[in-house]
Each structure stands twice: as C-alpha cells, then as structure tokens.
Design a protein. Structure first.
Lengths: 326, 332
C-alpha cells in the first residue's frame, strides 16, 4: 500500500499499460515534454519517446480522429483532452465516428480508444472552463462513460479502459487530482461497470458520481447527528448505468437523492429519477430530490460561483427534505 | 503496361460503371433505400490510384461515395450489393448501407458520411502502420468540398509534422452537392492549399487513367518510401447527380456535354482501340459478361440473402463478448 494522489494513480496506470503493451500510446496537448496539465503523463515522454507520448497541436477533433483511426488497426490510444469544454471540439470524431464505427461496420471494426478529460468547476475558471457535460456522453450509444471518484478507481478503471475493446470516456475532475488514498502496490484492475456502495446506511440513499460522491459522503456524516443513516452510492459508470444496484439500494432505504455538479435539465439526475420511477416506484416512501447546479453559465465571481454549484450543505439540506425533517 | 493489364483495367472500369447503374435501378425499384451516391464518371481516379498501390494490403478509407473504392480494394461485389439491400450478408451486415461499406479483410476501413471526417481517421491508420513498422500506406479519397472542413487543415498539419505514411487523394469534381467550387472556395486548385503544410502536392487530369497512374505511382512511392504524406489532386466530374434526388439545376447541359467527351471509360477504350489492343467486339462481350455476372451472381445474392434478425438489433453497439476482468460488473 502506498499513499497515492489521484494524478499519480493515473500516471502509474499509463506507465504500466505502456510498459505492458507497445501499442498503447498517449496523446494530447502538453502531455509530453510538459508532462500534462495535471501531470497525468509526467515522466512518460522521457521513458517512452515522442512516438508514443505525443504532444499534439491544438486540434481536438482531428487528433481524436487520429487516435480513432489508429485504434481501428490495433493501437490503444489514451487521449487526453485538457478540459471537457474542449471536448466539444472533438464531438464529431468521438460521437459520429468512434461511437458508431462498430455498429456501422456490423461489428467488423472497433475503436478501443480511451478519452480522459477533467469535467467540473475548479476555482474561478469561469464559464468556458467549468463545463461538466457527462450527460452528453451518457446519452450516446456506443460509448462507455465512467467517473472515477478516487485514486483507486482512477488507476484501476484507466487500466481496464485501455484493455477494453470499446471507446471509453473517463471523466475526471480538476478538484480531485490532488486527492490522496492508499492503493495497493501490486497491479490491479477495477471493472468499468457497476455502481458501488461506498457507505452503508438504512434510511436514505445519496447517489453521486465523480466529485459529488464526496459531497454525499460528507453530508452522510453530518446526517448521523440528525439520527439519519445515509447510504452513499457511487454510480461509477454512467454508461451503461447499473440500474440493478440503484434499485437494490432504494428498495432498502425507500428514499433517495441524486447529487451532481451539472445542471439539472436532461441530466444524469433526470435519468436516475426516471430509472427509479420505472424500476421501483412503489418502494419510495418520499419524494426524491435532485441536487444540481444553477441553470446559469458558471460565473467567475467567487461568491456567485459558490452559489451556482452545489456543496455539502446543499446535499445535507436536500437529504433532510427527503426525510421530512425540514 | 502489359496489354493484358490494360484490358483488365478497362474491363474493371466498365464493371464499376455497370455496377453503379444497376444499384440505381435497384434504388428506383425501391429495393435499395437511404442515400445512394454513385461514382459514375470518376472511375479512373479510384481505379488508377489503387492500381498503383497494394489493394488488400494498403489501408483505404473514403466518404459516402464508396462502392468503387471498396470494390477496387477487393471487397466482394456481392457483399457490397447485399449491403445496399440492407441484408445480413452485406459488407456491414446491413447496419451501414451504401455510405458505410466496411471490409477489414481487405483493409477497406470504411465509407463515412461526415464530410471531412476520414482525413484524421486516415492519418490514424497511418500512425498505426508506423507503429507496426510495415511498409503499408493509408490512402484517403475525399471530394473537393471536404477541404473546407477544419479536419483538412488540422490533419494535414499533423500528418506533416509526424511524417505519417498517408496519401490524400482529392477527387475534385468541381461541386459539393450543388455548390460550385468557385462559389464556396477561395482557391479552385486544391493542391495549392496544401503548401501551407509543407506537404508535396500536385494536380492532374483525373479522367485519363494513364495520367492518373503515372501521378499516383510517384505519390505512392513518395509515401511508401518514408517521406511522409502526399496530396494528389485529380480533376474529375460526376456523370450523375450528387445522390438520387438531384435534378442538377446548378450546372449547364453544355458543361456536362463537354465533360462527357472526357469520360474516363471513353478515353481509355478509344486509346486501346487505336493501339489495336481491343476491339468494339471485346467491349460488347465484356458488357454482356458483366451484366450477366451482376444479375445472376451479385443481384441474385443480394435479393436472396436474409434480412438481419430483429432480435439482433442490439448487437455490435459495444463488444458483445467483453472480458469480465475489465468490464465487471463490480460486485458491491
Ligand atoms: C459534416 C457534413 N456536412 C454536410 C454534409 C452534407 N453533404 C453530403 S455530401 C456534401 C458535399 C460534399 O462534396 P465533396 O466533398 O466535393 O464530395 P463529392 O460529393 O463531390 O464527391 C454535403 C454538403 C455531410 N454529409 N457532412
Ligand atoms: Mg465534389
């Protein structure tokens, strides 16, 4: 076991996968000589050289497309997009090509790419650097979308994503890169599918993904003093969604809340609401609540930004509401 | 070139023309649905360029006007026709249709509907080749209209910086659907736009297969010898409309008549006749043989093939047999 930061976990996964398979490459802006905006590829340029750790020009759509084309004949590219906002530039190759090539070819060609990108608000980066957008990828057939909440998953899911034969989008978060956790020294993998109960409880299920899992965990601690036992469920994979685990938890607690940093409309939370309604509506003892961002472009001003984005208190208050305590 | 090869090439082009004509009929009979973009008039380009490459080994990728590129790469005509019919036996098991022919067994890596999207995919194939260290090349065929996409500029830039073994073939047929090139594009000569990316480029007559082959040989050799990309612009013209619903109101009948004199099959058959390599009789015989093959073999196969099963709707979205070590699900 060694205490490892989220960024270090990603770096280690890259390193091991590149050592394991000469067809694994990394590509993105400033990932080589600089070692990555968040150091996710630190030191790998020196180790694997410029053919495998590729500093790309600022051409998101086409370097993603180059990764996709290479993946069609056996290369395993890990493509870094500096911020999820910039991934919008790559949607044509990602959604119109990578997500559809297996299907359009009747399963004869596939695109095992990994795209990693941080989505979320950091500290006052304003509207054009604070998008979350998980919902957009989640609604695309042919993609896998995962949201590792911790160094353990960041490492283990990236390794699985590299080996999996589907295009996988890994959504990270700028505020998680320095989070630390003990992870085993020995190589391991974490599966791409399956939600995870990260705290057991009996009275309410707090559902989160990506950064919002941490808000849920903090809120659950506070709820203890109100005599509420909260279960926290990390979705981990948004596509495919683990409906079974959601149902099981809600059937146990009979109440739930879904917390996310994104805006509400047509979002992950809406989907969870729909899934619960379809799968276990009669298990519910109270109206559920969605905790989400305000319906505004993310503001620059510190106080406005805080007001736009949910925090622990929002999740806590939301849970009390579901519990009928306010 | 040997007379037997010249004859084969002419016969191939006649085959492609008649194959496309037959798909048109099937479309009119409503046996083929969706969009159908025919290659008639441009045959010398795909035929000539790929003749100078290694079909089946070099990777080929193109847009939606893809039947002939796939055929010349070596994809079975039966399977292409069956794909147009949406059948399970089609090149893409009926999931792709006319615009999305795939045959990885001959390294034909697909037809794509998004104008300009194959540029980066082709460069990616070239990156894969480079990593494997083989002497294959990737060949990307696209229209003049595609050069107004960002992917053209982005990809040419990267392909040049990274010296990727990719040949870009621009089939300049002077129109993007109904928009004439002079109305949409600041520079009519597409090869001139490539100078900005430090990639050698040249422009040639795309209607004369001898000229195409001579130019393609140089281009292919350049790429195969490790010199990085090449951009080959071939001036051509499509005989038919852009797709099936096109009255061609945007171009004059005079212009069409001028280009009809420069039909690639006409040019080449006249040349071979003059040289005494073939006779009118030969052509008539071929046409009969070809029509028979298309009818008895290709169309029959497509018509008699089964439809995909509706139960299989959800197949091929993701890996249908994933390794549980990577996929899970996580037991919690
Ligand atoms: C991204 C995108 N925009 C628009 C279209 C619609 N469209 C299909 S073909 C075409 C014209 C393309 O012209 P060109 O590249 O010259 O190829 P040609 O059809 O002449 O072979 C257009 C605009 C599309 N398929 N994809
Ligand atoms: Mg054109």
């Amino acid at each position: 076991m060694a205490e490892t930061a989220y960024w270090e976990a990603i770096q280690r996964a890259h390193d091991e996968e590149m050592a394991n398979d000469p067809m694994v490459i990394a590509m993105g802006e400033d990932i080589g000589v600089v070692g990555g905006t968040y150091k996710a590829t630190f030191g790998l340029y020196e180790k694997y050289g410029e053919e495998r750790v590729i500093d790309t020009p600022i051409s998101e759509n086409s370097y993603t497309g180059i990764g996709i084309g290479a993946s069609m004949i056996g290369v395993r590219p890990i493509i870094e997009i500096m911020s999820i906002n910039f991934a919008l530039l790559a949607l044509d190759t990602l959604i119109n090509a990578a997500a559809k090539i297996r299907y359009m070819s009747g399963g004869r060609v596939h695109c095992p790419i990994v795209m990693r990108t941080p989505g979320g608000t950091a500290h006052q980066l304003a509207a054009q650097h604070s998008a979350r957008l998980a919902r957009m990828f989640m609604s695309t057939s042919g993609l896998r979308v995962v949201t590792p909440r911790s160094p353990l998953d960041a490492y283990g899911m990236l390794k699985s994503a590299v080996r999996c034969n589907d295009p996988v989008i890994i959504i990270e978060h700028e505020r998680m890169y320095n989070m630390k956790e003990d992870i085993p020294d020995k190589e391991f993998f974490r599966p791409l599918e399956g939600a995870e109960i990260v705290r057991k409880g009996t009275d309410i299920t707090l559902i989160g993904y990506n950064y919002s899992v941490h808000l849920c965990l903090e809120a659950a601690k506070r709820l203890e003093s109100d005599g509420v036992s909260a279960e926290v469920l990390d979705l981990r994979s948004l596509k495919p969604l683990d409906r079974e685990s959601i149902r099981r938890s809600v059937e146990k607690t009979h109440r739930f809340l879904i917390a996310e940093e994104d805006e509400a409309a047509v979002g992950v939370g809406s989907e969870i609401m729909a899934v619960v309604t379809e799968d276990c509506f009669y298990a519910l003892d109270a109206q559920p609540v969605r905790i989400h961002a305000a319906d505004v472009p993310v503001p620059f001003n510190r106080e406005l930004e805080k007001a736009a984005i949910p925090d622990v208190d929002d999740v806590y208050q939301g849970a009390l509401k579901v519990m009928g305590k306010i | 070139m040997k007379a037997s090869d010249q004859k084969r090439l002419l016969r191939e082009m006649i085959f492609y023309r008649r194959f496309e004509d037959r798909t048109f009929e099937a479309y009119m009979e409503r046996k083929v649905g969706g969009f159908l973009h025919l290659y008639s008039g441009q045959e010398a380009v795909a035929t000539g360029v790929l003749e100078m490459a290694r079909p089946g080994s070099d990777y080929v990728i193109t847009g939606y006007r893809d039947h002939v590129h796939a055929l010349k790469a070596g994809a079975p005509a039966k399977e292409i026709m069956a794909e147009l019919y949406g059948k399970e036996t089609g090149s893409s098991k009926g999931r792709g249709g006319s615009m999305h022919i795939f045959d990885p067994t001959v390294n034909f890596m697909g037809g794509y509907a998004l104008v300009g999207q194959p540029f980066p995919l082709a460069a990616g194939l070239a990156k894969g080749i480079k990593m494997k260290g083989t002497d294959q090349i990737a060949i990307c065929f696209l229209g003049d209209g595609a050069n107004n996409q960002g992917t053209f500029h982005e990809t040419l830039n990267m392909a040049s910086v990274w010296k990727l073994p990719v040949l870009f073939v621009c089939e300049n047929n002077l129109y993007a659907i109904g928009t004439a090139i002079d109305r949409s594009t600041a520079v009519r000569d597409q090869y001139k736009r490539v100078a900005a990316y430090n990639i050698p480029a040249s422009q040639h007559d795309g209607q004369d297969i001898d000229i195409v082959m001579e130019a393609a040989k140089k281009a292919v050799d350049h790429v195969r010898n490790g010199n990085g990309p090449y951009f080959l612009e071939l001036m051509t013209y499509r005989n038919r409309g852009h797709s099936m619903s096109d009255a061609k109101g945007y171009r004059t009948r005079e212009e069409e008549a001028e280009w009809a004199k420069r039909d690639p099959i006409l040019i080449y058959s006249e040349r071979l006749k003059k040289a005494g390599t073939i006779s009118d009789e030969d052509i008539k015989t071929w046409e009969k043989e070809i029509d028979k093959e298309i009818e008895d073999d290709i169309v029959k196969f497509a018509e008699e093939s089964p439809e995909p099963k509706v139960e299989d709707l959800g197949k091929y979205v993701l890996d249908d047999n994933p390794d549980p070590r990577w996929i899970g699900p996580l037991q919690s």
